[in-house]
Design a protein around this ligand. Structure first.
Ligand code: C2E
Ligand code: MG
Ligand code: MG
Ligand code: MG
Length: 284
């Protein structure tokens, strides 16, 4: 770093810029070896059918706990992994881990036969020419029923490269892997594009859900997404449901599925299985 050597205030900032830079470099280095050092694991957030209250699936979310740095949020490290290309290896691991976990749960009858597990996929993964083929290959090798795996892609990621993404998504959906658009409502996608994508789920972004019960405009936005999903033959999932009032509003609007702290935060495997068992008892 070449900062001007003057008596002005510039020098004062030098240490903090270097600190921040050092920290980023350390984090990048840590991220590069995290996978090989088994520092990643998945947590699972239940997806609830709003009509029946049943757990109909889950979303797998990546967690990184570094031995010295502690918990690092995916909001911070996923963009870094995307920028460095590391996301390709990490994303492969997520898919393999999710497939194996789902096989285990189904074999032990810990989840219903029609349960599905969703994994988040970055646009960098999705635009690899062999992404869909490689995923399908792994899925076929597993003993999972068709349709047990769902892929979530953010609306903004999808719009970065619609044409490459469409090819991959078409191959996936032809083999009954369902495609969900994540964070829907924040990514400025055009309806003309949406129409050409084989999407079966729209996930209403948390931002709209969280202010739905206090902001009539966000309520109308959520309602618009649900109506639109219906017209496109898509299921709507509301993310970030934190209050019973929000859940009730969503039911009234015809939203089918919900996720959020009101039902459960993302859980480690053992707690997830407990949650499913308790819910089944409540339902019975
Ligand atoms: P996302 O896919 O939209 O996931 C939903 C996020 O909302 C998760 O944050 C989840 O823990 C959080 N959440 C769920 N319910 C509530 C709620 O009621 N209130 C609030 N305030 N938050 C709630 P998380 O786990 O920190 O993940 C953040 C983002 O990181 C994800 O957003 C996703 O875009 C990305 N991500 C996570 N795991 C993966 C992964 O395996 N691969 C890729 N490519 N991205 C991932
Ligand atoms: Mg997601
Ligand atoms: Mg989301
Ligand atoms: Mg998000």
């Amino acid at each position: 770093l070449a900062l001007p050597d003057t008596s002005s205030g510039w020098r004062l900032y030098q240490p903090s810029i270097e600190d921040a830079l050092q920290k980023r470099i350390r984090l990048h280095e840590a991220l590069r070896i995290a996978l090989d050092n088994q520092q990643f694991f998945l947590v699972y957030q239940p997806k609830i059918d709003l009509r029946s209250g049943r757990v109909i699936g889950a979303e797998a979310l990546l967690r990184w706990v570094h031995p010295e740095l502690g918990f690092i949020s995916p909001v911070d490290f996923i963009p870094m992994a995307e920028a460095s290309g590391e996301i390709l290896r990490i994303g492969d691991w997520v898919i393999d881990r999710a497939i194996r976990q789902l096989e285990e749960w189904l074999a032990a009858h810990q989840v219903a036969a029609d349960f599905h597990l969703a994994v988040n996929v970055s646009v960098q993964q999705l635009t690899q020419p062999d992404f869909a083929r490689s995923l399908l290959h792994r899925l076929l090798r597993s003993r999972l029923p068709a349709g047990a795996l769902e892929v979530e892609v953010t609306e903004s990621g999808l719009m970065e490269n619609v044409d490459l993404a469409r090819e991959q998504l078409q191959l996936l959906s032809r083999h009954r892997v369902s495609v969900a658009i994540d964070d829907f409502g924040t990514g400025h996608s055009s309806l003309a594009y949406l129409k050409t994508l084989p999407v079966s789920v729209l996930k209403i972004d948390r931002a709209f859900v969280s202010s739905m019960d206090t902001d009539p405009q966000d309520q109308r936005l959520a309602e618009t997404v649900i109506d639109m999903a219906r017209n496109f033959d898509c299921t709507t999932v509301a993310e970030g449901v934190e209050k019973p009032e929000q859940a009730q509003m969503l039911i009234d609007m015809g939203c089918e599925v919900a996720q959020g702290y009101w039902y459960s935060p993302p859980l480690k495997v053992e707690q997830f299985i407990e949650f499913c068992a308790e819910r089944r008892l409540e339902m019975a």
